[in-house]
Design a protein around this ligand. Sequence first.
Ligand SMILES: Nc1ncnc2c1ncn2[C@@H]1O[C@H](COP(=O)(O)OP(=O)(O)OP(=O)(O)O)[C@@H](O)[C@H]1O
Ligand SMILES: [Mg+2]
Length: 245
Amino acid sequence: MTTPLIEVEGLRKSYGDRVVLRDLSLSVQRHDVVCLIGSSGSGKSTLLRCLDLLEPIDDGVIRLEGKEISDPLIDPREVRRRVGMVFQAYNLFPHLTVLDNCTLAQVKVHGVGRDEARDRAVDLLGRFGLADKAGARPDALSGGQQQRVALVRALCTSPEVLLLDEITAALDPELVGEVLEIVRAEARAGMTMVLATHEMDFAREVATRVCFLDAGGILEQGTPEELFGAPREERTRRFLARVLR
Ligand SMILES: Nc1ncnc2c1ncn2[C@@H]1O[C@H](COP(=O)(O)OP(=O)(O)OP(=O)(O)O)[C@@H](O)[C@H]1O
Ligand SMILES: [Mg+2]
């Protein structure tokens, strides 16, 4: 068994006296596409934020390729060089062009030269149908286009794993497909991903593993066939009955 790219053991996280993640464990191998599903408030976003070291954890261990990154002495920037994250709200810089949005972190955080950063951004924007938007500001783009730029921006830094939190949740239904197409392409290309989603059809299609979060833990996990086709836990069945209708 190779060392998992991400390994979580006994993760606990509370906000005040509200326990959000309790004794959560998860192992992600390279090229895994792990979909986190579960009711609102079950802890999906909190888990992703813990993985990106945006939240201090109360107990447990998070490892990135065997190295403990939940150690408070770890420089979170080192981790974020290897881990890309995209949120529901695209968080593009409004005053920068699409191209500058995609080159900024490469140059400032990753120390890539300007020309190289630009070439990479142009290449990825082109690959995802955004070549003609390079000079535009984000507010001149549709929501779907902005989210595609946010994905390209994350991909520009060549992360080893992408954490995606409900990246289609703010989009009109007709724009969802174009964003999911990028995730699909990255999955096919072997990108390791952990994503929280309410799009069950998409999870079924793209996931190598689906994790059902309930009350701050992973109650059940399996292949999409197992989890959607033959859920073992009553709570999973009830959740799926509600969201799949
Ligand atoms: N910064 C915070 N301060 C206090 N409570 C928080 C904070 N962030 C999240 N919570 C609480 O933690 C719980 C889990 O939230 P989280 O956002 O992880 O759920 P989720 O599974 O992502 O839900 P959704 O499907 O709605 O996105 C919720 O009860 C939420 O209110
Ligand atoms: Mg969430």
